[in-house]
Ligand binder design. Structure first.
Ligand SMILES: Cc1ncc(C[n+]2csc(CCOP(=O)(O)OP(=O)(O)O)c2C)c(N)n1
Length: 468
């Protein structure tokens, strides 16, 4: 097998990408991350830009492979590449008997795995990553309480998924365009969206970029290259491919990065997006947070495939499964995926295995459909923040004093931000109707008149703090 690997890699190396090729090859051949390409996972295949730069060579190699396997020189020259014949009637089974392994760098105790290969993280980067994970955690617990007190209408936490949020953001550049689902506020936090800005959005006041028109947690910011969260699941996926394609047309050294949950992969938009990305060779990274649940639907009722990672291969997309609770593994996979997406101009799929520790949202009680023991296990034993902390502490980069100072400072900032956001004025009623069209259309004018009439008739049913 090793000689086959070498032969293939030698033949397919393309001069101007040799550096990337050898880097990818070392990642793939080491015991670390393995991206699955369009070939069967039973045939390890050196990272190669063959399909995109030497399709002919690839077709010949494909053919050689078939010849070894089966009926020598018999093949059909079919659009898309030669297909060998076989006299054996063999159905491709529904799944391989072995599940795709999960790439990790740190074990549960924050100890680096033996022979792991990963992208190095400096002290400065590690401390920042840990600090932002703690900030996200604190933000979640305080805003969640604020909702329970009835001061905001809705909230949704990222508890248990702090590593996917922060480590993916850390591995990207601010020029990369983010199209989120909704459980990725950590990416925006990393990019510099302030706690005050989060609070303004949640309270839907005049400082909210969305002018209070969206439900809480529908953050978005042009300045941070972060598309506004949109409620219908998976719509962001084909849109991300379009955004990536525009980056490609402009020759930009950036990619689009889009997130979805395991539930999102059951939407048609997931499949349209993946296929569109592969065919258009768009520099887009799909990050699927497989957290086990889509509200009350467990993954076993969501799909029968080996998770999400295998779907990438079906569409001709490089894919990897990572431990989403291991910040270093997420960082390495996203960093490498970004290099592939930009340098090779092709999409990549990352399935991050994690767990939604919180309820789906403040409108949900997850103890009604899953055992409390399961939640506790992930919260305590597999906590991504604790795991990363152990590694940072072991390196001598973090102390108890740092921890106390950080937590109390973030708490104070949040309390202050909430006070300010709560007092700020709400946008006027007319803002409900503007900004979609340059000039208000006649049906919107009519709706506004109707609304005003209803408010006049039932003033007590409308919030007194919204200027009329
Ligand atoms: C098109 C569409 N269908 C249904 C919903 C209702 N809904 C909101 S969130 C959600 C679950 C999504 O789960 P998943 O993608 O796994 O993300 P997670 O919440 O676990 O992060 C559903 C069904 C929706 N918002 N949009």
């Amino acid at each position: 097998m090793a000689s086959l690997l070498l032969r293939r890699s030698k033949t397919l190396l393309v001069p101007n990408h040799q550096h990337l090729q050898s880097k990818l090859a070392s990642l793939l051949l080491g015991s670390g991350s393995t991206f699955i390409n369009r070939h069967s996972s039973s045939q390890p295949f050196v990272a190669s830009s063959s399909r995109y730069e030497s399709t002919k060579a690839q077709a010949q190699l494909d053919l050689q492979h078939v010849i070894h396997d089966d009926h020598h020189d018999q093949f059909i020259d079919f659009p898309g590449g030669k297909v060998g014949f076989t006299s054996e009637m063999r159905f491709i089974s529904d799944a391989s008997h072995k599940r795709v392994p999960c790439y990790r760098v740190l074990d549960e105790d924050g100890e680096p795995m033996k022979h792991t290969n990963h992208v190095q993280v400096s002290k400065e980067m590690a401390v920042r990553m840990y600090s932002e994970m703690v900030t996200l955690q604190t933000m979640d617990s305080i805003f969640y309480e604020v909702q329970r007190q009835g001061r905001i209408s809705f909230y949704l936490t990222s508890m248990g998924e702090e590593a996917v949020n922060i480590a993916s953001a850390a591995a990207l550049s601010s020029d990369d365009i983010i199209l989120p689902q909704y459980r990725e506020p950590g990416v925006l936090l990393w990019r510099g969206f302030t706690l005050q800005q989060f609070a303004h959005q949640l309270f839907g006041n005049t400082n909210d970029f969305g002018k209070g028109r969206q439900m809480p947690i529908h953050y978005g910011s042009n300045n941070h290259n972060y598309f506004t969260v949109s409620s219908p699941i998976a719509t962001q996926l084909p849109q991300a491919v379009g955004a990536a394609y525009s980056l490609k047309m402009d020759g930009k050294s950036a990619c689009a990065v889009t997130f979805c949950g395991d539930g999102g992969t059951s939407e048609g938009d997931f499949h349209a997006g993946m296929n569109f990305a592969a065919v258009m060779e768009a520099p887009v990274i799909f990050i699927c947070r497989n957290n086990g649940w889509a509200i009350s639907t467990p993954v076993e009722e969501q799909f029968r495939s080996d998770g999400i990672v295998v779907k990438g291969q079906a569409y001709g997309i490089w894919s990897i499964r990572v431990d989403g609770n291991d910040a270093l593994a997420v960082y390495s996979a996203v960093h490498t995926a970004r290099e592939i997406a930009i340098k090779e101009q092709r999409p990549v799929l990352i399935e991050a295995l994690s767990y939604r520790v919180g309820h789906h949202s403040t409108s949900d009680d997850s103890t009604k459909y899953r055992p409390i023991d399961e939640i506790e296990y992930w919260k305590m034993e597999r906590n991504p923040v604790n795991r990363f902390k152990k590694w940072v502490e072991r390196n001598g980069w973090w102390s108890d004093k740092d921890e106390l100072e950080l937590r109390s400072s973030v708490r104070k900032q949040l309390m202050q931000a909430i006070q300010v956001a709560e007092k700020a004025q709400k946008p006027p009623l007319e803002d409900m109707f503007t900004d979609v069209y340059d000039k208000l259309s006649s049906n919107l004018e009519e709706q506004e008149r109707e609304l005003r009439k209803v408010i006049e008739k039932h003033p007590k049913d409308y919030p007194s703090d919204v200027p009329l």
